[in-house]
Design a protein around this ligand. Sequence first.
Ligand code: ACO
Ligand code: ZN
Length: 390
Amino acid sequence: MMQPLEVGTRVLCRWRDGKHHPVKVIERRRLQSGGPNDYEYYVHYTEFNRRLDEWVRLEQLDLDSVENDVDEKVEDKVTGLKMTRHQKRKIDETHVEGHEELDAASLREHEEFTKVKNIATIELGRYEIETWYFSPFPPEYNDCLNLYFCEFCLTFMKRKQQLQRHMKKCDLKHPPGDEIYRSGTLSMFEVDGKKNKVYGQNLCYLAKLFLDHKTLYYDVDLFLFYVLCECDDRGCHMVGYFSKEKHSEESYNLACILTLPPYQRKGYGKFLIAFSYELSKKEGKVGTPERPLSDLGLLSYRGYWTRVLLDILKKHKGNISIKELSDMTAIRAEDILATLQALELIQYRKGQHVICADPKVLDRHLKAAGRGGLEVDVSKLIWTPYKEQG
Ligand code: ACO
Ligand code: ZN
């Protein structure tokens, strides 16, 4: 009889595209129905983001390709080396920009603690949603695979019947807090984490299911939550949100951003990003998102920055400085420079960064930057910057 595979094993695994891809075994568990050596394996596809990690059956693994990687792990422990070959490879593999800002030790600690997804699906409003990552729900939820959320107050429950009972008595029809924007069926609510602590915490638990490198250990008191909703006669249904520190020393204007999966790729992400910069403009400050950015976060920001900056460059035929761009957009100068550098629109002459904007090149980049997303109509934003009360 075959010995079960060890955690750490590298092997090829058949994925949903029918092809074999390299994986690493992260965890294993005995199959309830099977014999003593029947296991299933939780695998990480080394070419893909961690949200695609999943439990697979032995049949999906190509056993001829087995490679053991367990020794290196032991070596890590014994030598306590700061950055082992193994970790280095791990970082190279994930390709998520921003990881370089997490040191190897905290990255490893994070991955160890969050290695296996706990909740598999959630129900929220009309949607059943598959989750992406681990989220640290309170221990009494450890045995749950599915959770049922009230789409308005975000209370979560273990059973559907509990949710049905809850919906009869829950009197919220929109997020708590102030509606600060309404245009057509879109509304934005500002929720103060201090005034609505439980809502803020529930939102963080929910969001963590789709955010990898974000922690929940901070205090919701210190944050404002901007919740985007699609409204109809049944209420205001959450589409996504971003959080923002009330006071940020690093000039962060956004901490976490999420579009719920059923609403993704429709332009809501760029709307939320645009909204965060509109708030910064009203504050008269420049802003930047908290790092690290996820792969999808980086794509969305790059797209947003490119579109906003190149539109202005086009209008001004390139005759504009980075400082002026920053003043007009509330985008931090470093982010402008990085965006334009990535597009190869910057030259360094006589100790100065100079923007070189050939109209044809701008048009080509603009086309490549994708759709503009949903527009924020600033005339519909009724908001004053946060001030501590009392
Ligand atoms: N594959 C390829 N490109 C993508 C994908 C994808 N799955 N999703 C978004 N993009 C890119 C595209 O360029 C897209 O523009 P396009 O559709 O015009 O081509 C652009 O990002 C943004 O698309 P939107 O529809 O405006 O954004 P969306 O509503 O999908 O939200 C978001 C983007 C918020 C990043 C979403 O993917 C999400 O919630 N992801 C999970 C949580 C997360 O990673 N958040 C960011 C963490 S970093 C931080 O919080 C500071
Ligand atoms: Zn409720």
